[in-house]
Design a protein around this ligand. Structure first.
Ligand code: ADP
Ligand code: ZN
Length: 739
């Protein structure tokens, strides 16, 4: 066995041209009969390190894996590329196990997957000795160490393996193991001198983004709208959260399921299998989900709340984009989440270590520097440059002199005698007319209303910064009241300046998202349509073969196909991920789809069809106007109002709803026609709307504004059409001074 042979096998079975860093060294190490420890991130390509030796060395590679649920998919995946593999575990019936044993004894297997229990069961070593084992691969090897986060006592007996088979190389593979765990792993397995192969943990195809944890559900729906047909996972903190969110997403028209430990085993298995097979696109899960899945086309991962540490976070986002195609990750963060987690952790065993880890997580979420650098530094890697694929790199923070702002905030806390929490303090600063504020006389303190010029949303951000800069802290033991830290006195009394960072507002983000969507729309049609066609072909083939779609071809392979449009066998075989067996088995289906797609798009370019539809609409509109005479409809309504009719009367006369007339009038006003638009708005409505619009992040829509007014002022008084009128008014009289 040599490296050309390994390379040939990589191409023949998997259709890849090159090994990834370390893969070939590991394979050669195994060829030399030596033991090794492999540390690679999820999706890094660990399996190849034992699969290539398995198909090129004489004998069978035995893979020990605790993830029984994965074995079948893994073996199916190997069959699909023409590799002979089978598994033995406790879930099988006797006859099935017998057939596998027979195949092993006949020397027909490249790979044999076994659970640790099975491997260590009486007589199994004797059974294995009947043929030749070329390699033992221990997957998820961190489970052997009590230092690891997933300790499994049955794994500790694996040291018997090296004693029983001293000449067979042992390869221990894991995605998570710090230095201590790795050393322990080697000792437990009886391979203390094993060479360690540590791959970079960088996953450049994963985008990293952190957003303030406000209006999370709405933000998620918008996120999904941008990613139709893409599969993803939302990690939640509690069972209830998974169910509520999933429900909400279903209401918004997405196929979503909840997944948590409280569900029956059957239900969980069903959710998992539907997800793997692309039948359910979205799973809202507690962290219990993900360990047992190998799905390579998870396109995004969202954290509804912050994980407890960066290890968990990295492992969870690592489940996205295993195929190497780009994938998005989004973490929602709020200071409240941090305090909740802190409370949860404080009672537990090794609280000190856990709290320190939580603080690192928080620093990451609040970071104003490239997030990937922070992550990689945490895993002891320094890449020396910013990544360009995180939100901070995309929008470098802008600093400004925030002294006055800090003075207002700190002085409010001082004047409130450090007796209020974050939300109430902000409402007081903004001069809210909340009943409890008035009842407590907070409206009489000097800073009441001093922060009207900023929205609640912005204040939340700035308070967060003042807390992380050490001017304020939260008294967790006393109802999370805000307290002044010594540094605050320097700002309040000694004239110390404070530099703050301008946070990107949701409005900016929305613009960004819009431009991203526009970019996608403008991207070559390969991504938008041929890719979708190919995905459908894949889905149909997967159903027929009863295997998950990603085992037919990965998203990355489909993307490459969509871009290269191969229509000959030779061209098809050049696509990464198309090996000999898959070419023979699936190649024709995909080439046919590509040819058909090309034919159709030549015959009738989509843009021409669209243009024709547009012409028809324009013509209809023109006809409508002719019927009405020259006066546009909204000006007909305006004339009636100016003639003294009430809105109600105009609506009745014209046979339409009142809301339509309000719309007409708003439009007329916006165009510059004069009339007393204020008279159409109930008393106080204008103030309320201004206040609410400032408090609700941009882009949340009119519904959110109405909800805010109902909650803070009066219910049922302000309606949708009032907002419309007010928008017209503000269009001509923008707010120049703070509300
Ligand atoms: P891990 O077990 O480390 O999570 P996998 O072995 O499942 O990762 O590999 C992740 C993905 O990367 C798979 O889709 C695999 O086919 C692909 N892959 C592995 N090695 C290579 C390679 N040398 N070239 C291209 N793709 C590869
Ligand atoms: Zn970055």
């Amino acid at each position: 066995m040599d490296s050309p042979q390994a390379l040939a096998a990589l191409k023949k079975y998997f259709g890849y041209d090159d090994f990834r860093p370390l893969q070939l060294s590991i394979v050669e190490h195994v060829y030399a009969g030596r033991d090794g420890i492999v540390l690679m991130p999820t999706g890094g390509g660990k399996s190849m390190c034992f699969q290539i030796p398995a198909v090129t060395m004489p004998g069978t590679a035995v893979v020990v894996s605790p993830l029984i649920s994965l074995m079948k998919d893994q073996v199916d995946g190997l069959h699909a590329v023409g590799i002979r593999a089978a598994f033995l575990n406790s879930t099988q019936r006797g006859s099935e196990a017998h057939n596998v044993e027979q195949a092993y004894e006949n020397g027909e297997l490249h790979l044999l997957y076994v659970s640790p229990e099975k491997l260590l069961s009486p007589g199994f070593f004797t059974f294995l000795r009947r043929r030749r084992v070329c390699l033992f691969a221990i997957d998820e090897a961190h489970c052997i160490s009590a230092w690891g986060h997933d300790f499994r006592p049955e794994y500790t007996r694996l040291r018997q393996l090296k004693q029983a088979f001293p000449d067979v190389p042992v390869l221990a593979l894991t995605a998570t193991a710090d230095r201590l765990t790795r050393r322990d792993m080697a000792e437990q397995l009886g391979i203390p001198d094993a060479k360690q192969f540590i791959a970079s943990f960088n996953r450049p195809n994963l985008s990293l983004e952190v957003r303030p944890g406000q209006k999370r559900r709405e933000q998620i729906v918008r996120f999904l709208r941008d990613r139709p047909n893409q599969a993803g996972i939302v990690y939640c903190l509690s069972r209830k959260q998974t169910e509520q969110l999933s429900e909400k997403l279903r209401e918004a028209g997405y196929k979503s399921e909840a997944y948590h430990a409280g569900l029956s085993a059957e239900k969980r298995a069903k959710v998992q299998s539907d997800f793997i097979r692309d039948k359910t696109l979205i799973v809202c899960a507690t962290i219990a989900f993900g360990m047992g899945i190998d799905k390579s086309n998870v396109r995004w991962v969202i954290h509804y709340t912050m994980p407890k540490n960066l290890e968990n976070y990295y492992q969870e986002i690592g489940r996205a984009g295993r195929d190497g195609a780009s994938a998005d990750t989004l973490l929602f963060y709020s200071y409240n989440d941090y305090t909740t987690l802190k409370d949860m952790i404080s009672g537990s065993g090794n609280a000190d270590i856990q709290l320190a880890k939580l603080d690192r997580m928080k620093e990451y979420a609040e970071s104003l520097a490239c997030r990937r650098r922070i992550l990689l530094n945490y895993f002891s890697e320094d890449h020396g440059e910013d990544c360009g694929n995180c939100d901070v790199c995309a929008n470098p923070p802008e600093r400004f002199d925030g002294t006055v702002l800090a003075q207002k905030a700190l002085s409010a806390v001082a004047r409130l005698r450090e007796s209020t929490g974050l939300g109430l303090t902000i409402d007081i600063l903004r001069g809210s007319g909340r009943k409890d504020i008035l009842a407590n006389g907070y409206d009489r303190i000097k800073t009441y209303g001093a922060g009207r010029d900023l929205s609640t949303y912005d204040w939340n951000q700035y308070f967060g910064q003042l807390i992380s800069l050490g001017y304020l802290y939260v008294a967790h033991e006393d109802f999370n009241k805000l307290r002044l830290a010594p540094a605050a006195r320097r700002v309040l009394f000694d004239g110390e300046g404070v530099e703050l960072v301008k946070f990107q507002t949701i409005r900016d983000r929305k613009k960004q998202e819009e431009s991203r969507t526009a970019k996608r729309a403008a991207a070559p049609r390969s991504r938008n349509s041929l890719f979708d066609v190919l995905r459908e072909v894949r889905r149909a083939l997967a159903r027929e073969a009863s295997i998950p779609p990603y085992l037919i071809f990965s998203d990355k392979t489909l993307e490459e196909m969509a871009a290269a449009e191969p229509t000959t066998e030779l061209a098809m075989s050049r696509i990464n991920g198309v090996g000999e067996v898959k070419l023979a088995r699936f190649g024709d289906h995909f080439m046919q789809a590509i040819r058909q797609f090309e034919g159709e798009s030549d015959a009738a370019p989509a843009s021409a069809v669209k243009a024709r539809a547009g012409d028809v609409r324009k013509k209809r509109r023109a006809e409508d106007r002719e019927r009405q005479g020259d006066t546009p409809s909204h000006l007909v309504s305006l004339a009636a109002l100016q003639a003294g009719d009430t809105v109600k009367a105009i609506a009745t006369n014209r046979g339409v709803k009142k809301a339509t007339i309000y719309s007409h009038l708003a439009k007329a006003y916006q165009e510059g026609h004069e009339f007393a638009i204020e008279k159409l708005l109930p008393a106080d409505t204008m103030d309320w709307i201004d206040e609410a619009s400032a408090s609700v992040p941009d882009g949340e829509g009119r519904k959110a504004v109405l909800a805010y007014i109902a909650e803070h002022y009066r219910e049922g008084v302000v309606h949708y059409h009032h907002l419309e009128l007010m928008e017209a008014f503000r269009h001509r009289h923008p707010l120049t001074t703070p509300i």
